[in-house]
Design a protein around this ligand. Structure first.
Ligand SMILES: CC(C)(COP(=O)(O)OP(=O)(O)OC[C@H]1O[C@@H](n2cnc3c(N)ncnc32)[C@H](O)[C@@H]1OP(=O)(O)O)[C@@H](O)C(=O)NCCC(=O)NCCS
Length: 197
């Protein structure tokens, strides 16, 4: 479908975002780790309740909901895949960041999910996590690492990814059910995206 120029109505109960896809095809220059007492822990395997809790704490305010809507077997099929790796950023023994590396496409790594909890935004923790993400991704037999972000995500995300070495190559519109209208997310989540109705 071609989206026409100008304003387009979005159906009631739906939300719409502009998605930016970014990629890198060679290992980027290494960026400095900011000072901070962070650690990285691989979840082997990620327990589903643990995963859902961290996914919610990192992503709920950015309307991450595709994983929230999955049942146990659907979620396990992804996060228990031997080609999907889930890591937590650890601070003071608490898991406060989510990194999901998806190697299911041969020769490629998708940063499936990447983010830190609200209290760590702007603290340098995300740079620490990205440095680890790129070290792990490029230590494997890949020729491309990619990620997508959307206008529901934190407004720093695109520039952060570009500074990390990703280059934007594609833009899309994504339309989805508003998770706050069907109980998937609390009504007051993501105040930067108005609930209509
Ligand atoms: C989008 C997001 C990843 C951006 O991260 P951020 O919190 O702005 O990033 P950080 O604070 O870790 O780092 C930003 C910069 O500040 C620097 N910085 C931050 N604190 C610092 C400190 N104390 N000392 C030195 N440098 C510091 C970092 O080194 C980094 O510099 P660089 O980018 O030039 O290398 C983060 O906001 C986030 O996780 N948001 C929620 C989820 C989300 O939207 N995820 C993206 C969706 S795909």
């Amino acid at each position: 479908m071609i989206v026409p120029d100008g304003f387009s109505d979005i159906p009631a109960g739906k939300i719409a975002a502009v998605v930016t896809h970014l990629e890198m095809t060679e290992r980027p220059p290494r960026r400095a780790d900011p000072p901070g007492a962070w650690g990285l822990r691989k979840a082997e395997p990620p327990m589903l309740d643990w995963y859902r809790d961290l996914y919610r704490r990192v992503g709920e305010d950015w309307l991450w909901c595709s994983r929230t809507r999955l049942g146990d077997s659907e979620l396990a099929a992804i996060v228990h895949s031997p080609l999907v790796e889930v890591y937590a950023l650890v601070v003071d023994d608490s898991d406060e960041g989510l990194l999901e590396l998806d190697f299911r496409q041969a020769g490629q790594c998708e940063l499936g999910y990447f983010g830190v909890t609200a209290k760590l935004i702007g603290s340098g923790a995300a740079r620490f996590l990205m440095n680890r993400a790129l070290e792990i991704a490029w230590s494997r037999d890949v020729s491309r690492v990619w990620v997508h972000t959307c206008t529901f995500d934190h407004p720093s995300a695109v520039a952060f990814y570009q500074r990390s070495g990703f280059r934007a190559f594609r833009r899309q519109i994504e339309v989805a059910d508003d998770p706050r209208m069907d109980g998937t997310a609390p009504r007051d989540a993501a105040r930067h995206v108005a609930v209509i109705g």
